[in-house]
Each structure stands twice: as C-alpha cells, then as structure tokens.
Design a protein around this ligand. Structure first.
Ligand code: TRP
Length: 452
C-alpha cells in the first residue's frame, strides 16, 4: 500500500474520533430523547450503556482498525482471510452510505436554520407558529434539497482534501469552537428565569418511568452517538499511528462524546422549561422550539437573541459536518484501497450516491410522503433500519469478532501496545471478560428487543 496517511498524534486522533461521535446525535437527538424518555433516569441508563456496551464495541472496532491499518473490508479480509467475515467489512460500507443519506438531509436543515438566524432572525414569538414554519420548510420541495446539496458538497470539499489536510485540519478548527459555542449557549440557557426546573429534570431521576423500550432507546442512542457498528470508528482508528495507546483514544472519545451530550442537554432543557414548553416534543425540539425560545428570551435585547441563535445553529452545522465526513471517509477509503480509485473520484461517487438517496429521504416529508416502507416514510425507514438493525448487528458482530474470532494474544497486543502500557495490562483481564461475555449478551438482547 502506498504511503497511507495517519493522524498527526493520538490527541488529534481523539479529536477526530470525537468529531465523528459528536454530532446531530448529541445536539439534536439526545435532548429530545431525554425529553421523551423521562429525563434523568434515561441519562443514567445512557451513561451505563456507554461504558458497559458501547466502549467494548468501540474498542473492538479500534483494535481491528489499528491492527490492520486498512479500510473496513480490507481489515476483515486481512484478519480472517477466506471467510464470510469480509461480508461484515462490506456491510460497514453500506451502512454509513444509508445513514449519510438521511443525515445530510438533517445537516441541510441546520444550514437553513443557520441562514435564517443570520439573515432573517427568528421573530416569531408564538411557539406554535415556529412549529408550523419548520413543518412547512421540511415538507417543501426545493429548500431542503438545496440545503442537503450544500451540506453534501461541504463534505466533499473536506474529504477530498485527504486525511491530514482535510479531515484533521477541519476537526482541529471545529471541535474547540464547538465546545466554546455550546458552553456559551449553556450559560445563556441556565441564566433564564425558570431554568432551574429544566436542571432538576436533568438531575433528579424517577426510576418508576423506566420501561424496556426506554432502556433500548438509551442503549441505541449510546451506539448512535458513538458512531458504532458501521465502521466509522474502525476507519479513523486505522489512521492512528501504530505506537499510540488506543485505550486512551477509546476512553477519550467516549468521555468527550458523553460530556458534549450532557452539555447539549443542559443547554437545551433549561431553555425549554424556562419557556414552559413540553420537553417531549420529539425530533422537532431543537428546530421548532429553540428558535422561538431564543427570540422570546433575549432579555428583551434583540441582538442577544440573534447572536445566541447564530451560535447555536453554527454549532449544529459544525457537529453535523465533523460526523458526516467520518461516514464519507469509511466509504471513500474502501473505494480508494480496494478498487484503486482516486480519492477525489471516490468522494464524488459517494456524493452522488448519498445525494440521490437523500433526495428521496428529503422528499419523503412532502411530495413523496405517501411512499411507505413497512409503514414508515423513507426518511424514518432509513433512520430506524440503520439505528435499530444495521448498527446493532454491526456492533454485535464486531464484539464477537474481537472477542471470539481474534486470538486473545492479538487483542492483548493491541490493547496493551504489546505490553508497553502498564495500566492497560492491569485492566486487560476485566476488559477481555466484558468483551467476551457481557458485551455480546447485552448487545444481543438489545438487538432482539428491537424486534419485539
Ligand atoms: N455519532 C454521530 C452523531 O452523534 C453520527 C454518526 C457518525 C454516526 N458516524 C456514524 C452514526 C456512524 C451512526 C453510525 O451524530
């Protein structure tokens, strides 16, 4: 293989992996899931799932990627030559493709909202009205398609520039900004009168609300948020230099992702409560209610409202872009390394494919809303099919692969840097036990429960 690129350092690798992990899942999905599923108790299950189930999957992907330094398909071919495992490598080219298609549509919405907050401002002071304007935007034909196209093209520009000068550079600029922006919004949000009810909602668990489906949603959310089961973590880990400590990369990524989700929750919920809005509003929460809250609650000073709205949607766009490029990369690397395509050609190919499928996802809110697959619109189908099915099966297969197919010695070598990292050596036993038994059973149960 000719001169495969690597990330500059492990810190940068963590930044990029956190960039993949931190996305619409944290800033758009997490707050509304918390709101729909009962607040603090959901958060506690979410945190447990991150460390007991998600980290083992994440480490499995990292071990496989870092050991082979190849794309998902190549990695499986190298570690299990001549077996059906290469199908898992192929699956993890197809899954990010489907996720990307609808993810770019939501990325497009956030571009539209950023545009509106810069050029038009959110002057509507009636929550209901804002809801309908969001609804009429996403169900219209051209606006969302244009924004989906712009979002996808931004990804093309970044990914075609390469791992170092595209992905690494973009994450280096965006990620620190993202944290600054969300902290700024959080401070604004918790200083609103009436915000404390939202803080209580995030902190005081009511376990009587916990049901099976809520546990499954919390686990599913932790997988989605950490970009698991579809090869994006695998591909980024394959760009980590051989000598680096991958336990640090894995734990660092998980910690950043979790902290960011919590920050986003504390940025959104207090504002929602301060405005007296129902926290269980669902997927429209940040698009329908936040602009309204910002508009109404700028302490009566219009420019404050505008600045907060611009910062918020800027953060959403950044978060979405750093995640989308990781999905691009998983597919692009496959075409470059397995099909000898140039990076630019591969990126453009992925663009057209995901743009085309995304077109239908976008139209499924309006002109094509009558088209149903298993009683779901195309957008919802792609979302449910990937997050409930492809990601869990991918995650399950990755832990089974690392826990049962790879030799213990191989896993040990990767996990401990060949014995170089003392702490890793100490905790290897516990990790391996979780990897081999707890994680496959846990993920398996979640997988089956999705069908019940
Ligand atoms: N984790 C990202 C988010 O929270 C989205 C994402 C990136 C993703 N790559 C993925 C989700 C792979 C599933 C699979 O928004």
């Amino acid at each position: 293989m000719v001169n495969r690129e690597t990330f500059g350092s492990n810190k940068i690798a963590i930044l990029a992996m956190a960039g993949s992990a931190i996305g619409l899942g944290n800033i758009w999905r997490f707050p509304y899931m918390v709101g729909q599923n009962g607040g603090a108790a959901f958060i506690i299950i979410y945190i447990l799932s991150c460390f007991l189930l998600a980290v083992p999957i994440l480490m499995s992907e990292t071990i496989i990627g870092h050991r082979t330094h190849q794309n998902t398909f190549g990695a499986m071919k190298t570690l299990a030559p001549g077996t059906k495992w290469s199908l898992l490598g192929l699956l993890t080219v197809i899954s990010p493709f489907i996720i990307l298609s609808y993810y770019s549509v939501v990325g497009g919405w956030s571009i539209d909202f950023l545009y509106k907050s810069v050029f038009e401002g959110f002057k509507i002071t009636d929550g209901q009205l804002q809801g309908t304007s969001f609804g009429s935007f996403i169900s219209s034909t051209w606006g969302p398609i244009i924004c989906h196209t712009i979002f996808s093209l931004l990804c093309v520009v970044i990914v075609s520039a390469g791992v170092k000068s595209g992905i690494e550079k973009f994450n280096k600029i965006c990620m620190p900004m993202l944290f600054i922006l969300i902290i700024f919004i959080l401070i604004f949000s918790i200083s609103l009168p009436g915000a404390s009810a939202g803080i209580d909602y995030m902190l005081k668990p009511d376990f009587s609300k916990i049901t099976g489906p809520i546990v499954a949603s919390a686990v599913g959310q932790s997988f989605f948020s950490l970009s698991l089961g579809v090869g994006t973590i695998l591909i980024y880990s394959s760009y980590i230099k051989s000598k680096e400590n991958i336990l640090n990369s894995g734990i660092g990524t998980t910690a950043f992702d979790l902290i960011f989700a919590l920050l986003a929750g504390f940025a959104v919920m207090p504002a929602v409560f301060a405005a007296g809005i129902e926290p269980g509003a669902g997927p429209g929460l940040i698009f329908e209610t936040l602009p309204f809250i910002f508009a109404k609650m700028g302490f009566g000073i219009p420019w404050i409202s505008s600045v907060v709205a611009i910062f918020f949607f800027l953060a959403v766009v950044f978060a979405a872009l750093t995640s989308a490029i990781s999905m691009y990369e998983a597919i692009v690397a496959y075409f470059v390394e397995e099909k000898n395509m140039s990076r630019r050609k591969a990126t453009i190919l992925v663009f057209f494919g995901t743009w085309f499928l995304g077109l239908f996802c976008s139209l499924s809110f309006g002109p094509l809303s009558h088209l149903k697959i298993m009683n779901l619109s195309l957008f919802d189908f792609c979302d449910k099919f990937t997050s409930n099915f492809l990601m869990t099966i991918g995650g399950l297969l990755f832990v089974i692969f690392a826990g049962w197919k790879m030799k213990k010695q191989e896993v040990w070598e990767e996990f401990t840097g060949n014995g170089k990292y003392k702490l890793n050596c100490k905790i290897f036993g516990v990790f391996y036990f979780i990897l081999k038994f707890i994680a496959p059973i846990g993920v398996g149960v979640v997988f089956i429960s999705n069908f019940i």
